[in-house]
Design a protein around this ligand. Sequence first.
Ligand SMILES: [Fe+2]
Length: 286
Amino acid sequence: MLTRRICDQWRRNGRIPPESSPGLNLSLDRLSTRFYCLLPAAAGNDMRIALFGDIHANLEALNAVLEDAASQDCTEWVCLGDIVGYNANPGECLDLIREMECPVVKGNHDEDASGDHCLETMNPTAATALEWTREQLSDEQREWLHTLRMVRQVSAFTVVHSTLDQPQAWNYVTNKFDAMSNFSYQFTHVCFHGHTHVPRVFVKENRVGEVAAELVEVEKDLKYFINIGSVGQPRDGDPRACYAIYDIPRNLIIFRRVDYDRKTTQQKILDAGLPPNLAERLADGR
Ligand SMILES: [Fe+2]
């Protein structure tokens, strides 16, 4: 259903070749992978790009976000990492994003799930979920996570999971002072990130300030460091999945909140024997 909707939307936008194309001999799923992958080489100035991250193995939320983005006429997709961890569908989320062949950066949970290192310094709930996640993923899936890049430039913007100044330190940006360090290393007009699971927009003119993460009009003389929130485990008090759309022609960044089948996600967590508080927190958005 999701793939068909996205393909229909792309067909309207001329992204899918005419019926006579050899591409249509492929299955619908295969068709989608052929046309998901136009960034960064073909990225232009007429796109609506969906940016999503911190999925954390929440398949219901991921599907809801991708369907919403297709309904919003997004034609490109960028994933900001933390595909796995916490929730119960790590392999399914990883395979879906991998099939999309969109640009992806590595998150700290992706790194921890792909390694064999000790997790005892991590909070116990996250560590339990990561140990479980390691057992669910194949060696090949873990290798794919391991090889993800920390920072990518996509079209004219940058994406990173945490910060550009020390991407592998996994620092949290919770205020404008944290954001200042990032801006020193940001050479594009706009940079998107995640990691805190809270949507925020930091803006640098002479000083660094913050504006509401709602509808942002991008001004060309300013720099923007934008947290797109979390698909699979929001922590800003709103339990709906969160992602952002970058509408390049209109210089707009639009934050979207999408409801999903939370009860199914919660039941899967309990059925898998993961810590019950991981299910409970989804209802609170914390
Ligand atoms: Fe995360």
